[in-house]
Design a protein around this ligand. Structure first.
Ligand code: ADP
Length: 259
């Protein structure tokens, strides 16, 4: 990390990337495949490769934005971008997190101790604190976007919606509402389209709730308007998950402080 990071540092040649057939998941614009990347020093490392299906210009633009954003990030608990390759299709090459998203992992591993979940979520808080100090907002923190390298190592991923907070304001103001993860959003995001580290803290609380409830869906079948009524008018919050410790529940309740 002493090497200066420029766009060139991240440029990969197509022959540096070996793609497996194994699909890790599907993203918004294409697929994520497992692979191997040969670095300049000759070392080969396992990677996840996000590939764009078609040459949709806006999708390509969005992916480049995501890559440029990730260029500035270097933290133990944030998925590292290895590089980007503009070949037959554009590829975003990421550090591999073999155990996949936290929510699906917990659904399949209900014997995982709450103390291990707390350890993983503490790691997520470290990564989020790093982002906050850099004045970045993630805007899509959720258990599906926390990836596991192994049972004791979590990394924050999916910076597709992330933004740098402006200099004029201490928040990011969205110009238009898109496909937003409303269940993870603080009321000010939904009402005023304003995002800052504190709205990420709200999402962290929901993520902590998902994790301590072993990948359960927050707010069940409730819709956007219903959730707002529940949170704002009735001043209610998600209930304490069955196996969650009081101290941990108090932390999520604090994340959901209205002011
Ligand atoms: P999108 O933002 O388009 O939804 P994601 O970045 O969330 O795409 O990736 C989609 C899926 O691909 C994830 O849910 C996960 O299963 C898999 N995936 C993404 N990045 C990695 C990674 N670094 N290591 C392992 N799996 C990954």
């Amino acid at each position: 990390d002493t090497v200066p990071r420029t766009e060139e540092t991240f440029q990969l040649q197509r022959d540096q990337i070996l793609l497996d057939e194994e699909k890790l998941g599907s993203g918004q614009f294409g697929s994520v495949k497992k692979g191997e990347c040969r670095l300049r020093n000759g070392k080969k490392i396992p990677v996840a490769v996000k590939t764009l299906k078609n040459e949709d210009v806006t999708a390509k633009d969005d992916m480049m934005k995501e890559a440029k954003f990730m260029m500035n990030l270097s933290h133990k608990h944030i998925v590292r971008m290895i590089g980007i390759c503009d070949a037959e299709c554009i590829m975003l090459v990421l550090e591999l997190c073999p155990k996949g998203p936290l929510n699906s992992y917990l659904k399949q591993n209900k014997s995982l101790k709450q103390s291990t979940i707390v350890e993983l979520m503490w790691q997520v808080s470290q990564g989020m604190s790093y982002l906050g100090k850099k004045n970045y907002v993630h805007r899509d923190l959720a258990a599906r976007n926390v990836l596991l390298v192994h049972e004791h190592l979590a990394k924050i991923s999916d910076f597709g919606m992330s933004k740098a907070v402006g200099r004029d304001h201490n928040y990011y103001e969205a110009k238009e509402a898109g496909k937003w993860p409303l269940k993870w959003y603080a009321p000010e995001c939904v009402y005023y389209w304003k995002f800052d580290s504190k709205s990420d803290v709200w999402s962290y609380g929901v993520t902590l709730w998902e994790a301590t409830s072993y990948g359960e869906k927050p707010y069940r079948k409730m819709k956007g308007q219903e959730i707002l009524r529940f949170l704002v008018e009735e001043n209610q919050r998600l209930p304490k998950p069955a196996h969650c410790h009081d101290i941990v529940y108090n932390i999520m309740m604090e994340c959901w402080t209205y002011e």
